[in-house]
Design a protein around this ligand. Structure first.
Ligand SMILES: [Zn+2]
Length: 237
């Protein structure tokens, strides 16, 4: 783009912004030129876990003895009433898929420095049941996956792993029930396509890890598959 067009585009964006200000999804303040979706200040203050650098991190440990993973990490700490909860709520329920993509790009850049993640071949989001997908219009975990794939070497796959049972929303259920509800609700089609692949399995938020564990169990039935897990947020249970 030449200098004139670039300058004109900048001015037009500024004028447009006067009438339709783009605001930060984290704090609601108007975004400056060059910022998108989440402002630099919110980005800077996000409660990062740095789990991807630490095999002894609490999320990875939570899977020990349950399912065989290479490594599990979450980008951010989930705090009730905090900015992460606010962002996830808008991503999931307020029709803002761009939040997932933005956060995916940020986290992907960090994961490219961690050996358990940078060599992943394929990124697979935890699938929604097709009925829920139709209702929401998009899968929030897939948006995160798209963001990761935009900066990592791996592509995404949403065709092989699917949710065969339309489960009721988990938040309304007693905690002990959550474990029973996710067993055997995921299945594979064309599983041979995944043979020998290192899969990065991703979700928006992880609490007990039961859903991810169930997905991983289904994926691990394919010969030669290795799995790492990455989520946007980690809520300690
Ligand atoms: Zn902000």
């Amino acid at each position: 783009m030449n200098k004139f067009i670039r300058k004109t585009k900048g001015i037009l964006e500024d004028v447009f912004g006067l009438f339709f200000p783009n605001t930060c999804m984290g704090c609601g303040r108007p975004l400056y030129r060059g910022e998108a979706v989440i402002c630099s200040l919110c980005h800077f203050h996000l409660p990062k876990t740095y789990f991807h650098n630490d095999p002894d991190n609490p999320l990875n440990k939570a899977f020990w003895g349950r399912v065989n993973l290479e490594m599990a990490a979450a980008y951010l700490y989930f705090q009730k009433g905090g900015v992460v909860q606010h962002l996830l709520h808008q991503l999931k329920y307020q029709d803002h898929p761009e939040i997932g993509i933005t956060i995916g790009k940020w986290y992907g850049k960090e994961l490219n420095w961690a050996s358990e993640f940078r060599y992943a071949d394929l990124i697979i989001p935890v699938p929604l049941h097709r009925r829920k997908l139709r209702k929401r219009g998009y899968n929030q975990s897939q948006m995160f996956a798209e963001g990761l794939a935009a900066v990592m070497k791996a592509g995404t796959d949403t065709g092989c792993l699917y949710r065969k049972v339309h489960s009721q929303t988990q938040t309304r259920k007693a905690r002990y029930n959550r474990w029973e509800n996710v067993e055997n609700i995921f299945a594979l089609r064309n599983g041979h396509k995944l043979e020998g692949k290192h899969i990065l399995l991703v979700d928006d938020v992880v609490t007990t890890g039961a859903t991810l564990e169930s997905c991983a169990q289904a994926l691990l039935t394919v010969p030669g598959v290795k799995i790492s897990v990455a989520t946007i947020a980690f809520a300690s249970s």
